[in-house]
Write a protein of this length. Structure first.
Length: 419
């Protein structure tokens, strides 16, 4: 099948304004510096220092140390709002200055980088293998541009530099610290550089974009014994195997086929010798779904299945089940805003990818539970340059041309949102 996507080498960059194209070398420099000094969640001290240094250098008001290493910058537009030109009553929503937030995550992953590039990670065992260095560079570029062109928009832009997206999650602590308040945020946008899409494309849709993620650990408590005398035992391996198979019936038989869900047992450990029946087995799993109505459902069904099988086999169990992130649900109007802007920046119609859902998860979802917003994917893969390895791969890298495209989309979203 011939791909209908644009060829990265033929991407039209004339849609990016000259002032942002001229910023491209700086964006690359910032991104590569961040790439060389990756830091895990809530440990982003060097990253935060670099971001704060740049914001201070540009005269941008900001707060540091939010949720340990997070930063929030505020940029106030100087363009007269519509209600200042045409006065309205104080009861009108136009009488209140609007606030738009832009979110970027800063953390890296515990992965040893295998790329041999001049900007290779200098921190052993830690790597920006998901593009967060690019997200931070794009947010910095957006902050710089908006500060330099504050006369082109009215309202206030809050740029949120968030720690610990990969784990254990920095969005919720930042929200609890009040980043959406004083002034109150009306809407929020964010992007993810996406190597599942080629350079020159944008994945944007209303509704569910990314999945909720829930996790559980379970210990099966049986009765060990000799492999030749199974009748004297309660075989935890057999019980665990039945559970693993039965868990798949939740999606196959309890979930509407129109909905999407996944139950994956990624770890199963038991036993130490071939002729010994293990008395315990341990498993770890992840659960993914888009429909927010499933909250609590999988926990209930997982425990019902485990409890039923254990009871039938004479075993006991210890289950630890928790929710990590809710699904990423985009607001219809904000998704349309991003889509309309993206169409001005990338070639259409093939440049816009509406059906771009993924079972991957993102704690941007917590922001979207609080205020309407849109999270979208910015295509960053370029196989011609060997820049198409998947996210979380030790050779992940992306086409840095996407950095300027990201700034352009954010800036246009700001201008259009306030107009």
């Amino acid at each position: 099948m011939v791909s209908t996507f644009p060829n990265p080498s033929s991407v039209d960059l004339s849609r990016i304004r000259l002032s942002i194209r001229s910023l491209q070398p700086q964006l690359i420099e910032w991104r590569r510096r961040l790439h060389q000094q990756p830091e895990l969640g809530f440990q982003e001290k060097l990253t935060a220092e670099f971001v704060s240094q740049k914001l201070q250098e540009w005269g941008i008001e900001h707060q540091t140390g939010i949720a340990q290493t997070g930063i929030v910058a505020s940029i106030k537009g100087k363009k007269l709002p519509t209600d200042a030109i045409n006065p309205v009553s104080t009861d009108s929503p136009l009488a209140t200055e609007k606030v738009l937030a832009i979110r970027a995550d800063m953390d890296a992953l515990p992965i040893q980088e295998l790329n041999e590039v001049p900007y290779k990670s200098q921190h052993d065992g830690v790597m920006h293998a998901c593009g967060h260095d690019g997200h931070t560079a794009i947010a910095l570029g957006t902050a710089y541009y908006l500060q330099q062109h504050c006369q082109d928009f009215s309202g206030t832009v809050k740029i949120i530099f968030q720690p610990a997206e990969e784990s254990p999650g920095g969005a919720k602590p930042m929200i609890e610290a009040g980043v959406l308040k004083n002034p109150d945020v009306d809407a929020i946008i964010g992007l993810h550089l996406w190597n599942n899409l080629p350079l020159g494309t944008v994945g944007v849709r209303s509704g569910a974009l990314m999945a909720a993620v829930e996790c559980f650990n379970c210990k099966i408590l049986g009765k060990g014994g000799h492999g030749a005398l199974p009748h004297q035992t309660v075989d935890s391996v057999v019980v665990a195997a039945q559970i693993v198979n039965a868990l798949q019936t939740i999606v196959a038989r309890n979930v509407n086929p129109i909905d999407s869900a996944v139950v994956t047992v990624g770890e199963l450990h038991a036993g130490s010798k071939r002729n010994v029946i293990a008395d315990t087995a341990r498993m770890s799993a992840t659960v993914r779904y888009f429909n927010p109505n499933f909250k609590g459902f999988f926990h209930q069904r997982v425990e019902q299945i485990i409890a039923g099988i254990c009871q039938s086999q004479g075993a006991k169990y210890d289950l630890d089940y928790w929710s990590l992130y809710p699904p990423v649900i985009n607001d219809v109007k904000m998704a349309e805003l991003v889509r309309s802007v993206a169409e001005e920046v990338v070639e259409t119609p093939v440049g816009i990818v509406p059906e771009c859902q993924t079972m991957a998860a993102e704690d941007m979802s917590f922001f979207l539970e609080e205020v309407p917003g849109c999270y979208f994917f910015l295509g960053s893969a370029n196989p011609e340059k060997d820049l198409a390895y998947p996210h979380h791969h030790p050779r992940f890298d992306f086409d840095e041309t996407a950095l300027g495209m990201g700034v352009e989309i954010f800036v246009r979203c700001v201008e259009k949102f306030f107009s």
